[in-house]
Design a protein around this ligand. Structure first.
Ligand code: IMP
Length: 202
């Protein structure tokens, strides 16, 4: 099922703009969880593979919206280098042979990471493989990788919050914010702290 399309027009001047608020996230994940649970029905528990670290929040909310038994596992891979090389930093604990696998991603951007994961995990002969992403940046896709479910489709903007980070920061923001000036944020990584966390800092 295609993701809900989000229009990312910027309204005014704060360093980041609210793109998807926490209520919309909750509603959409409830829908997606119900859809996934219905798909697996009374069959054996699917293995949901969270891709660290960005998908942690999404996975936690998604499985609680699925009213069926599931198995949870995690993988961590290094970001794609310019040479196109990826390494597994943490592999699965579970044997996924003959299991129904769902890869749970935070965001699919170029598609390189998901493509690598699908290829690597399919060599282990699961009985089925699907992918679900919280955000889908379709405009930036380099590789047309299959993506069965997405919560939201977003435009080509850099976002933080709900698991997504900039230099390790902002994962715990409850909403999704679009960064207006990425160059400025690169110079001042904590620029968004006052806006996101109020008076706690900045
Ligand atoms: P892909 O391999 O290009 O699809 O990229 C996937 C990874 O890039 C994601 O798992 C994120 O870690 C990172 N990424 C891509 N776009 C964003 C963004 O807008 N905010 C934060 N991280 C991003």
């Amino acid at each position: 099922m295609a993701g809900e399309v989000i229009d990312g027009r910027f309204a005014s001047h704060p360093p980041a703009e609210l793109l998807i608020d926490r209520n919309a996230i909750e509603r959409r994940i409830d829908e997606l969880g119900t859809e996934l649970a219905e798909m697996f029905g009374d069959g054996p528990p699917p293995v949901l593979v969270g891709v660290l670290k960005g998908s942690a929040m999404f996975l936690a909310d998604l499985i609680r919206a699925m009213n069926i038994d599931v198995v949870v596992d995690f993988m961590s891979i290094s970001p794609y280098s310019h040479a196109g090389v990826v390494r597994i930093l943490k592999d699965l604990d579970e044997d996924i042979r003959d299991k129904d696998v769902v890869i749970v991603e935070d965001i699919v951007d170029t598609g390189l990471t998901l493509n690598y994961l699908r290829k690597t995990l399919s060599q282990r002969e699961p009985s089925s493989m699907r992918a679900v992403t919280f955000l889908d940046k379709t405009a930036r896709r380099i590789i047309p990788v299959p993506l069965e479910f997405s919560a939201f489709e977003i435009p080509d903007v850099f976002v933080v919050g709900y698991g997504l980070d900039f230099q390790g920061l902002y994962r715990n923001a409850a909403d999704i914010l679009a960064v207006r000036d990425l160059a400025r944020l690169a110079n001042e990584p904590r620029l968004l702290v006052p806006q996101i966390f109020g008076l706690k800092d900045g």
